[in-house]
Design a protein around this ligand. Structure first.
Ligand code: NAD
Length: 390
């Protein structure tokens, strides 16, 4: 196992204990895998679910076996469990990933969204601050809201000027819609917890790092409705489109799929998080955008590329009508709104950690859709044949 590993300044990295809250989710599962495979660190994995990390917790099989004694699962809900403080005290570093973070919830379950992203994170910040423990907190690129450029006239040449759309951690404003657009409940709760953490740093010396992920995608993201999640559930865009492709249904494009997004491969992004974990003197006190500005597409283009890649991976020809348009009201309900465009500025993460994303959108979709096909195609066929037999 990795010993004698050096940080970016040439110092020996000491093994540490990490309390990872939300370790059973998409990002947490990849981070646990990375820590077990490539580092000597221990993980106290906190979550209400463990399905995505069972391969690391079981004593048999593959990559998992050397990790078993370095990862411990604690099934607890941070809303109401007194064991939380003890776990934070036992660790050198706490990473908080726990959140409700699917857009379909922001306007339909705004109270739970606000509680989960702000109120439930408060004790984590407090225990870290009071016990002198380092905190890496997961925020979101949604906290930038809309770009300044989106308020310019449609034909303004300034819309092409990066100064009006590139999102910078230390300069860009956070621009949200009105309160009745409840979509912004998530972004606003994340913004307030960022401000609180920043203030704990300024007033009480909390050592913190804030991560703003820009659409990290890859295997194990969310669920496929009716297979490993509720039939009526609406996961994030990657799983929604995967579900449509697996079921041979047209992909639903909300409001024409005109929003622009940048997508980064989860494995590239996890490299950035590992650099933060192991280089505290470069990461403390920083807010980092983590995304891939080279992988920008409209959601419509994403749907088209996923259709092409899935056809290659599955050997099935695409449908004659691969996409259909739906309104945001029909798809998400009242109170939905959206950011137009999200391009991360990479200056700070480049300067502090020398990190750059590597994987192209085509390549990351190829490995992700290969995983989706291998994991779900048979199960979907079975449920479809059952329902036709009834
Ligand atoms: P995820 O939903 O897959 O993982 C979150 C995990 O937290 C889940 O396993 C959930 O069970 C757990 N959790 C939630 N509330 C909990 C509670 N009260 N007690 C214990 N566990 C709880 O989401 P993810 O994609 O892994 O995202 C992790 C973090 O990164 C979130 O804070 C999210 O807002 C942020 N983020 C992610 C992305 C992305 O691209 N994936 C983008 C922006 C922000």
């Amino acid at each position: 196992m990795a010993s004698g590993r050096l940080d970016l300044d040439g110092n020996l990295i000491k093994p540490m204990t990490i309390c990872m809250i939300g370790a059973g989710g998409f990002i947490g599962s990849h981070l646990c895998e990375k820590l077990m495979a490539e580092t000597p660190h221990k993980v106290l994995a906190v979550d209400v679910y463990s399905d995505k990390i069972t391969h690391l917790l079981e004593p048999s099989g593959g990559v998992s076996s050397p990790s078993v004694d370095r990862i411990q699962f604690h099934r607890l809900n941070i809303k109401n469990d007194s064991r939380l403080e003890g776990l934070i005290k036992m660790a050198d570093l706490t990473i908080n990933l726990a959140a409700i973070c699917t857009p379909a919830d922001y306007n339909t379950r705004p109270l739970e969204t606000i509680y989960s992203n702000f109120i439930d994170a408060l004790p984590v910040v407090k225990y870290c601050s009071e016990n002198g423990k380092r905190l890496i907190h997961f925020s979101t690129c949604e906290i930038y809201g809309k770009t300044i450029g989106s308020f310019l006239p449609k034909d303004s040449p300034l819309r092409q000027d990066p100064a009006y759309y590139v999102l910078k951690e230390d300069e860009s404003p956070c621009i949200f819609g009105p309160i009745e657009k409840q979509r912004w409940s998530y972004a606003c709760a994340k913004q307030l917890i960022e401000r609180l953490i920043y203030a704990e740093g300024a007033e009480n010396g909390l050592e913190f790092t804030i991560v703003r992920p820009f659409n990290w995608i890859g295997p194990r993201m969310d669920f496929i409705p009716g297979i490993d999640g509720p039939s009526e559930g609406v996961p994030r865009v990657l799983a929604c489109f995967s579900n449509n492709l697996l079921r041979r249904e047209p992909l639903k494009l909300v409001d024409g799929g005109q929003s622009q997004r940048t997508f980064v491969y989860i494995k590239d992004a996890i490299e950035a998080v590992l650099l933060m974990i192991e280089n505290p003197s470069r990461a403390n006190g920083q807010i980092f955008n983590v995304g891939n500005p080279n992988n920008e597409v409209t959601v419509r283009q994403l749907a088209e590329m996923m259709t092409q890649v899935y056809s290659m991976v599955s050997g099935e020809s695409p449908l004659d009508t691969p996409t259909i348009d739906v309104s945001s009201k029909e798809f998400y309900g009242d109170g939905y709104d959206d950011s137009d465009k999200r391009i991360p500025d990479m200056t700070i993460i480049n300067r502090q950690l020398g990190w750059n994303p590597k994987t192209s959108l085509w390549d990351l979709l190829e490995s992700t859709l290969t995983y989706q096909h291998r994991t779900y195609a048979e199960a979907i066929k079975k449920t479809t044949s059952k329902s036709t037999a009834c």
